[in-house]
Design a protein around this ligand. Structure first.
Ligand code: SF4
Ligand code: SF4
Length: 381
């Protein structure tokens, strides 16, 4: 789940675009769902303390349904397909699904905890041409990782799976969600990633559960630790750029779209419900009732999401962070309005730069926790 700052609709005339930028731009102009994230199950063999899912497996899509919907998604022009869960390898037909997805020509990324990966599975994933495997690792210390996943021995099993996949020649990325219980372990996990020849990504975002329960938000890193993280050269490529005050908001930013959700990407649940993003629980249609293309083109919910420009946002449109904030419309939606601020992103913008956000001033960001008594410096009010 990546978050992005406001995306401008047309490129600056002078800036050369990368191939990916050109692909995204074309998909946006043509209304193509370039990327789809499919959760094939919410069942899982771990019980991570911060997980936003209920692990219900009733009435999941069967193999024939998934094949049918993948064909529809391919026909709609999708190229990037993320297969995730829950733990996707708990499905007996997981490799059949991946094989069919590859036959359709998707670029497949798999998200797994790798606990069930043995040599046979690693070799099969490589043979199928899976582009990348993302594995959640919370700590380099077994007692910390296993306490988070609530599965004894899980770090050892996961790392065994990682080594087998690397030996098979697969690209592996460590996804390191950082929270109170594993605060400070990011360097150890980063080293482990390097030792195994894997990429490393860090995410301090904890989201409410999809059933609305926000109790898990108490697990988020305290502001002081988030501040340390954002100012650590080992974690952030260029701290002075990352934490610099935002550039002035111009017309191009005001006309930009919040993110790719609903514009060039969509999410499909294990029951075939379609949403703008895995982190944006606005139901837009049901594949058991309608075709993917019908939902993508005609759903009133997708139309509403697509109609929003940065200048239309209720509080954020007047915020100095508008062009650089990672504001997630899905998190904002969970807080009450897809046009409102997301308090987690308000917090990040403030902690990065020390500059008060419009959301804080409007009282939206109650969860910009203890900002008045923290060590953070406000350089602009
Ligand atoms: S809704 Fe947008 S910003 Fe939020 S996680 Fe999805 S793509 Fe990222
Ligand atoms: S109000 Fe908050 S969420 Fe909105 S742009 Fe500003 S910092 Fe980001």
């Amino acid at each position: 789940m990546s978050q992005s700052a406001i995306q401008t609709v047309s490129p600056p005339m002078s800036a050369p675009m990368s191939l990916m930028e050109r692909l995204n731009r074309s998909a946006l102009n043509l209304g193509v769902p370039l990327s789809v994230h499919l959760d094939v199950t919410y069942r899982c063999n771990e019980r991570c303390e911060h997980c936003y899912l209920e692990h219900d497996g009733d009435n999941e899509l069967n193999t024939a349904e998934i094949r049918n919907y993948l064909q529809q998604i391919a026909d709609a022009g999708t190229f990037f397909l993320t297969i995730s869960g829950g733990e996707p390898l708990l499905r007996r037909d997981c490799f059949e699904i991946i094989e069919f997805a590859r036959e359709l020509g998707f670029n497949v990324k798999l998200k797994t905890n790798a606990v069930l990966i043995r040599e046979k599975e690693a070799l099969r994933l490589r043979e199928l041409g899976v582009e990348q495997v993302q594995v959640s690792i919370y700590s380099h210390k077994p007692e910390v990782h296993d306490a988070i996943t609530k599965l004894p021995g899980s770090l050892a099993k996961t790392l065994n799976g990682v080594r087998l996949m690397r030996a098979a020649g697969l690209k592996v990325t460590f996804a390191n969600v950082l929270m109170r219980s594993n605060a400070g372990d990011n360097i150890g996990v980063q080293e482990l990633a390097h030792q195994t020849g894997s990429q490393y990504t860090l995410d301090p975002t904890i989201t409410p559960m999809l059933n609305g329960d926000s109790g898990v938000l108490d697990l988020r890193l305290p502001p002081e630790q988030l501040h340390e993280l954002f100012h650590d050269e080992r974690m952030v490529n260029n701290v002075s750029d990352f934490c610099a005050p935002p550039a002035p908001v111009d017309e191009e930013i005001r006309e930009g779209i919040p993110c790719s959700a609903g514009h060039t990407s969509a999410y499909v649940s294990p029951w075939g419900l379609v949403y703008p993003c895995v982190q944006f629980p606005l139901p837009c249609g049901d594949l058991r009732q309608q075709t993917f293309s019908d939902i993508w083109k005609n759903s009133s919910q997708f139309s509403e999401v697509r109609s929003i420009r940065a200048k239309d946002l209720s509080t954020c449109s007047s915020c100095s962070h508008l062009g650089t904030c990672t504001r997630c419309p899905g998190l904002a939606f969970m807080e009450g309005s897809m046009r409102g601020p997301s308090s987690a992103d308000c917090e990040k913008s403030f902690i990065r730069t020390g500059i008060t956000t419009a959301g804080m001033l409007a009282g939206h960001a109650q969860s910009v926790r203890s900002s008045s008594n923290s060590q953070l410096i406000q350089i602009q009010l």
